[in-house]
Design a protein around this ligand. Structure first.
Ligand SMILES: [Zn+2]
Length: 258
């Protein structure tokens, strides 16, 4: 393969050896790559800041045939997403997105649509006001899950195609929506109950861009249901099976500050 170039977003980085870092980089051209940044932990290294998680870089990689690990041979920071790095709440949410992606993306398979949605998510996270962050997090998490191959349906009943109901059941197993009547014939399914407002929010989350997301208002009860549905669906279908570590960390910090 030799030398390749691509824009990419660092989604994870671990210490490696005495002075190096082993990073997971979601590249635009080649999908997820495992990248060794030699000497990145030396204070004078030009790779130090460029291998911080949630940083957009333009990278040059030397790809060897044998072990699937590329060597970083040059890196320019395109965006450090500085506001996100300076804000523990935003950073935790951004890291939770990265956690979802790193656990599910296959190596060396371009995922251009998902890459572009993730890039947009980080750009939005940079400058949305604090009170919008949780809403944006779950909306984009739902988009990522859909682009990873698990697209849930929130528009109509999958049994009888009815589009209006005050009382819906969402099947965590197959990601489909059922009216009350149809859900009774599927007794064994793992269902979550939704009202019409919550269903509408989830359907908007699946498709909406920033302008629409900014305008949609969600009360606390709706936020809780929406969060439970997306997280329940995510945990059932994709990795990691447990809670997202970055969100657990965020909760701990919030408790300390209470
Ligand atoms: Zn029905």
């Amino acid at each position: 393969m030799g030398i390749i170039k691509s824009g990419g977003i660092v989604i994870d980085a671990k210490e490696s050896g005495e002075t190096s870092k082993l990073a997971e980089i979601f590249t635009e051209q080649f999908g997820l790559m495992k990248v060794l940044a030699k000497g990145a932990r030396r204070p004078e290294s030009r790779f130090g800041a460029a291998t911080e998680p949630l940083t957009l870089i333009q990278g040059v990689y030397y790809v060897k045939e044998d072990n699937g690990i590329a060597n970083l041979s040059a890196a320019d920071i395109v965006s450090p997403f500085q506001h996100t790095h300076d804000d523990i709440n935003k950073y935790s949410y951004g890291s939770a997105w990265a956690e979802i992606l790193v656990s599910n993306l296959p190596y060396s398979e371009p995922q251009k649509r998902l890459y572009s949605v993730f890039h947009q998510a980080l750009k939005d996270l940079e400058d949305i006001p604090d009170e919008q962050v949780e809403k944006f997090f779950w909306a984009y998490a739902l988009k990522f899950i859909a682009l990873l191959g698990y697209r849930p349906e929130f528009m109509i009943c999958s049994g009888c195609s009815v589009g209006k109901s005050d009382d819906w059941m969402f099947s965590v197993e197959n990601g489909r929506l059922y009216c009350k009547q149809c859900s009774q014939s599927l007794r064994d399914s793992l269902f979550m109950r939704l009202d019409s407002g919550e269903t509408r929010i989830l359907s908007v989350f699946s498709t909406a861009d920033r302008t629409v997301l900014e305008r949609i208002t969600i009360d606390e009860k709706q936020m809780k249901t929406v969060r439970d549905v997306i997280e329940g669906f995510r945990r059932y279908h994709i990795q990691p099976e447990g809670e997202l570590k970055s969100l657990q960390f965020r909760e701990k910090i919030n408790k300390k500050n209470d």
